[in-house]
Each structure stands twice: as C-alpha cells, then as structure tokens.
Design a protein around this ligand. Sequence first.
Ligand SMILES: Cc1ncc(COP(=O)(O)O)c(C=O)c1O
Length: 390
Amino acid sequence: MSTNPCVRGRVTGNSLAADPRSLNRLFGGGEELLPLWIAEPYVDLAEGIVEAVEARVSTSWYGYETRPREDIEAFWAWMYKRHEWDGSGLPTSVSPSVGTSIGVLIEQLTDPGQGVILQPPVFTDFKPLVTAADRTVIRSPLILSDDGYRIDFDDLSTKAAAPATRLLILCNPHNPVGRMWTADELARVAVICAEHDVFVLADEIHADLALTPFKFTPFATVVGDSGVSWAATHGPIKTFGLAGVCDTLLVTDDEKIRDLFRSKSSQLHLSRNNVFGMAAFQAAYRTGGEWLNDLLKLVATNVELLQDRLPGGIDLIAPEATYLAWLDLRQLNMEVPELADWLSASAHLALSPGHWFGREGAGFARMTIAAPTEQIADAVDRLTQAVAGI
Ligand SMILES: Cc1ncc(COP(=O)(O)O)c(C=O)c1O
C-alpha cells in the first residue's frame, strides 16, 4: 500500500481531523464549512505509526511501562539523518507537551511580574502561558518587508535590555508566518540574549517541516561561544499529527536547566508514560521518513496551487517551513470581526483568523495545507467565489 498521503489522503473524511467540537465552538459549526484551521496533517497518518499503536492496543496490557532509552536514541538518529544535527550528547527530557515545557520553564526561570518576549504574530498558546503565570508579555513584533517577515533586531535588543526581561520564546520555524530562521538570524538572537542574560526557549516543534530549498537550523548549533542559555522543544506531534497521543522532548546543553525541568516534572508527576504515545513515538522516528517526504511534496504542491490560483485581493506569504499558509487578505479592507465572519459565512472556510496570533495578524488568515490537493483547490474556489461576491 502506498504511504503517499496524496494518494491515500482523507479527502472528505476530515470531520474527525477537524475536531468537530472545536469546529462548533469556534465557527458555529455548519455542514458546509471546510475545516483547515488546526495545525496538524489532514491526511491519513503514517501506516507504520497506526500499525504500532494498533499492535500496542492488541496486547490488552496497559499498565506502567518504562520508556526505553532507545526512544531518545531514535529521536537523535532521526535528527542527524534529516537535519545533520548530532545532539545525542545533549541532556534530553521527555515532556507531555510543548506547552508543559514552556509553562514549567517560565515558572522555574522567571519570577512573577518579569518579562517574556514574544514575536507576534505568533502561535496562540504562548501569550496565555505567560499571562497565566503572572509574567508580563513583552512584544517584539516581526517586521513584514517586501522580502517577507524579519526579526526587528533593534527592537529585540531594546526589549531584551529591560531589566525585568528574563526570557524569549522563539518560534523556529515560525508559526504562523512560515519563516525558517537562518543561522545568521539565530546567531544574532543568541548574541543579543546572551548580552542581556535573557534565556532563549526555542520552540522547534515544526523543525521537520522544512520546505525545499530551506533547511532547519537548530538554535543549539548557533550558540557558539555567545554564552546564551537556552532550551529547545522537539517531538513528533506536529510532523506526524500525534498531538492527541504523543509526548514531546525538551533539549538543552545545561544540566542545571535539565534538572530544574525534571524536578518540577517529578514534583507534579508529569512523567507518567502513555503506552500508546510511546508506541507512536518510536514508530514515527523509526519508520516515518518516507511518509514525511511525501507529506512535504504534498505541501509544496499545495503552495504552488495557492501561488497560481488565489484570487486577486488575497496573497500568499510564501512559507519556507511548516504546513501552514499565511494568507494576506488586507487588500479586502475588512475589519477584524468582518473578515472572520466573511471567511466562515461567505467563503465557508474554517481558517484561523490572523488576529488570533496577535494584533499584527489582523487582515491575515492561516490555512493548514497538509491536506489533499483537491481540498486546497476547493478552498481556493471558495475564496474565489466569496471575493467575487464582495
Ligand atoms: C509552534 C507550536 N508550538 C507548540 C504547539 C502545541 O504543542 P503542544 O500541544 O504540545 O503544547 C503548536 C501547535 O500547533 C505549535 O504550532
């Protein structure tokens, strides 16, 4: 059987992938809505993973299970093979989710009231993780130039220099704008943060989703002798669509940071292993390469389709990474609520309206394009008809 999601893709059966309860809550439901808003692949998952989970189910034994060391080795073998990153010597911890890692490190490395820099428009969970901990969000927005999104390094320096600023959450590659930060850009971030003693928490959960010709640069590899303190989140959840079952990893070069993370994790009993998650994790890193190659080809095809066929008034900010298309709808001149309504009521699309990612996202929308090309073509047709009706 082919592992190509283009061939086997769930063309119409995505009501499950779309999480119908959220669809109702966020978009008012509706049969006619095409859901493309969650950041996960809307295609059949890798067969090797499904088989491994099914095999684990069939054992009829779901008690305590110790995670084998080979799991972490499989992750590092994967990283080396796909990204030429040999980090196997780095302290690597298991964490139930990226959000858990961020929440724990915010608590362990900062005090209430202190500042955490975010670079909006950026992934929606970061801000609530900061504010829920009574820390202050320090905004250092990305700049949208003719060449795409850029880090505003002057602004970052200024914000990092403020005495209360303790931490930067860096999204590498960046959700939702799709930038794959270059080694030079990351090295500048490292130098600025080192200078002002700001910890860099690099969320690298989309690392595997580099679109040709772009390459993922791990933050770890640019640190050099800058002296910056850092940790990075990894794991198979976004690449393979396993967020509902799987664990993630936290990598750092500092045993003190690892121990701080592990002590909280142990205090709160966050270290219980989910037997199905472990089966999925192992299978993903051992057998998922070909499936991922096919997924990346599918995403590239869908990017081309958007570039060729989006109607006038809607532009694609070409992604360098991730399976998220950041659509620029500012020419349609709609206010935030009007645009969100128009997308669902007129275009019959459930997309993430850009303002969810911060005020800089107003006038934009994020569409998941890890979906069968027919579905993306359908989405484009819906946009085209809706634009014609304005
Ligand atoms: C950049 C980024 N980080 C983290 C997450 C969520 O990770 P988790 O569900 O493990 O907290 C997402 C989900 O879309 C994401 O895009």
